[in-house]
Structure formats: C-alpha cells, structure tokens
Design a binder for this molecule. Structure first.
Ligand code: DX5
Ligand code: ZN
Length: 220
C-alpha cells in the first residue's frame, strides 16, 4: 500500500515562534506543510497572507500545501506559485470556472487541489476528477482550527475513492479538520491519502512524538 501522508496545519502554530514550529515540522516525520489562507469573505475568519507564507517557505524543507479559503482565487494563482506553493487548493464553492482554474494552477507548475465543504457532494467532481491532483474533503466547516470532526466524512471518502478508481485517476484524497488518532486509521482505511492535523499536533506536549505516532498509525 502506498505511504500515507501527514500534513500539520500551521494555522495552529505559535505565530510568535513560527520559525521554531517550522523547524519542528522539518525535523518530524510529517510530510507536508498545510497552510490555510482565509479572506474573511469566503469564510468568517482571516488567517494570514503573502508575507507570512513567503517567510514560511524560506525555512520549510517539505512540500508546501496551500489551502485557499478565498473567493475568486484565480486572481492570486501566479502570486502563490511565486511564493513557493507546491500544491494549490481552491474551494469548489468559490470557483465559477473550476476546470479553467485547475489548468491555470498547473500552468504555473503547481499541483492542483479542490476542497469541498461538508455539504458539497463528492459526485460533483466526477467530470473533472482526471484534472485534479488532490481533493481536500473538509471534515469541519472551513474557517477555524480546533473544531470537532464530522462523522459523515467517512462515507464521502469511500464514495470519492470509488469515483477515482472508476475513472482510473491518480487523485489523492486529503482530509482537513478535527483529525486525531481516534479517526485517522478509519479515514485511511476508507481511502484517504493525506491527513491534515492542526490542534492535535500543536496542542500536544510532545509534538514530534505525536506526529511520529500518527504517521505510524496510518501506515500500519
Ligand atoms: C480549517 C482549516 C484547517 C485547520 C485544521 O478551516 O482548513 O486546515 O487548520 O485544524 P484542526 O486540525 O485543529 O481541525
Ligand atoms: Zn486547511
């Protein structure tokens, strides 16, 4: 079985000690940096923007996975490429011309991701599944860290996996929100490839160990 990835969400880091937290992820068994960008319009919160991402990218030694929770993300595709994003994920609900947006992301040399809110059915992605490198299934309503996991997510993962297999696509499934050691194994068993974890990692007193345990749990 292909290896499963862990992507700590920097949203839960200590922003006054950001370099320390970036180095912790560099040293850890984690695979990706998950970076949440919020505009206060698409979601009811504002996180951080370009200068912060630029400085994270200066220190990060792993894949940079950017999750845009913003309206009309096409405006910033080139900017995020220049800032060092390796994967750029846009929300299905924020894109009028999703197919065009996906091509524009790839044209900048990035992997193209699509995130879907808890109410958005995975079936809506069937006609573009071969154009998507990663689907991010939101397992909480986007906008905040530290919320509890929505149980209906397992069903969505299985349904999406079926669509991916039926279309012989190589799309990765990422889960974002409320991930802990309590749901991680069931998520990968249902077909998930990448687990984002914010609070679960950063609230831990033993962050490196928590990441190591999560990584070995999902690859066992
Ligand atoms: C929520 C963000 C998530 C968030 C996850 O809008 O997209 O990436 O940081 O945080 P936890 O793991 O605390 O739910
Ligand atoms: Zn996210």
């Amino acid at each position: 079985m292909a290896s499963k990835y862990i992507a700590p969400s920097v949203l839960a880091a200590d922003f006054a000690n950001l370099q320390r937290d970036i180095e912790m992820i560099n040293q850890s068994d984690a695979d990706w940096f998950h970076i949440d960008i919020m505009d206060g319009v698409f979601v009811p919160n504002i996180s951080f923007g370009m200068p912060v991402l630029r400085d994270i990218a200066k220190h990060a030694t792993k894949t940079i996975d950017v999750h845009l929770m913003i309206l009309d993300p096409d405006r910033y595709i080139k900017t995020f490429a220049a800032l060092g994003s390796n994967i750029l994920t846009v929300h299905y609900e924020a894109c009028t011309h999703l197919h065009r947006t996906l091509q524009a992301i790839k044209a900048e040399g990035m992997k193209a991701g699509v995130a879907i809110n808890p109410h958005t059915p995975v079936s809506l992605l069937e006609d573009v599944i071969n154009d998507i490198d990663l689907v991010c299934i939101m397992s909480v309503n986007p906008g905040f860290g530290g919320q509890s996991f929505i149980e209906n997510t397992y069903k969505k993962v299985s349904a999406l996996k079926e669509i991916i297999n039926r279309n012989e696509a190589s799309t990765l499934i990422e889960i974002d929100g409320g991930v802990t050691n309590k749901n991680a194994k069931q998520l990968v068993d249902a077909g998930a490839d990448v687990l984002v974890a914010g609070s679960y990692v950063f609230k831990s007193d033993h962050q490196l160990e928590t990441i190591k345990d999560l990584k070995s749990l999902v690859n066992s």
